[in-house]
Design a protein around this ligand. Structure first.
Ligand code: SF4
Ligand code: SF4
Length: 194
């Protein structure tokens, strides 16, 4: 069911399909800019705290829908190279079956315990990444499917996590930069982002 909140904000949603003038995909440049913009992104967190979180979600949904198709993940693969993906027991069993091994063997060879005893892949880059393609794509883990999670509500509440990946994921980088522009965000004591 569509929430009343969404209906009230629908006109906003329809007016924020701002054309994106430039999409940055250079991973080295993005990592460099992320270092440079640490303080700016701190300020942006405080700025977001004073905005309507549902309105921010609608802007982020629209921006990610406009930006994501313009970035080819098969030319990037940086999340698969630099993140340790969480794996649940049913996912481990499914992939073990796909690979034709016992699930205990799959777990002992490929997974380790992370924070809160959750299981994570024990290699980085992920061992299922081959030449920027996922060799278990149709059976990839929920964490892989969700990343970078900009289609999910709660952007403001999840800002810390999203920002952690700002310097590694071109989709996040471009969405955040476009969001700053849409909201006319700037910090007077810092140079304006380009
Ligand atoms: S399972 Fe596939 S999509 Fe997930 S991190 Fe590994 S290579 Fe990437
Ligand atoms: S989700 Fe982001 S980091 Fe992962 S491949 Fe796509 S653009 Fe690159």
């Amino acid at each position: 069911m569509i929430s009343p909140d969404f209906i009230v904000r629908l006109p906003l949603f329809l007016t924020i399909l701002t054309p994106i003038s430039h999409i940055e995909t250079d991973l080295q440049l993005i990592a460099h800019l992320a270092d440079q913009r640490e303080e700016e992104n701190d300020h942006f967190k405080s700025f977001l705290a004073n905005q309507d979180p549902v309105g921010i979600d609608l802007r982020v949904f629209a921006l990610q829908a406009a930006i994501t198709p313009q970035i080819d993940c098969r030319q990037c693969g940086n999340c698969c190279k630099t993140l340790m993906i969480e794996v649940t027991q049913p996912e481990a069993e499914q992939v073990a079956q796909l690979l034709g091994v016992e699930s205990d063997q799959f777990v002992s060879e490929n997974l380790e315990k992370g924070i809160g005893q959750r299981m994570i892949m024990n290699t980085m880059p992920c061992r299922f990444l081959e030449e920027l393609s996922c060799t278990i794509y149709t059976d990839r883990f929920a964490g892989c499917r969700e990343f970078p999670a900009l289609h999910l509500p709660g952007f403001t509440a999840r800002y810390f996590t999203t920002r952690m990946h700002y310097g590694r994921c071109p989709i996040i980088f471009n969405v955040l930069e476009a969001l700053k522009k849409e909201l006319s965000f700037f910090t007077p004591d810092l140079p304006v982002s380009v």
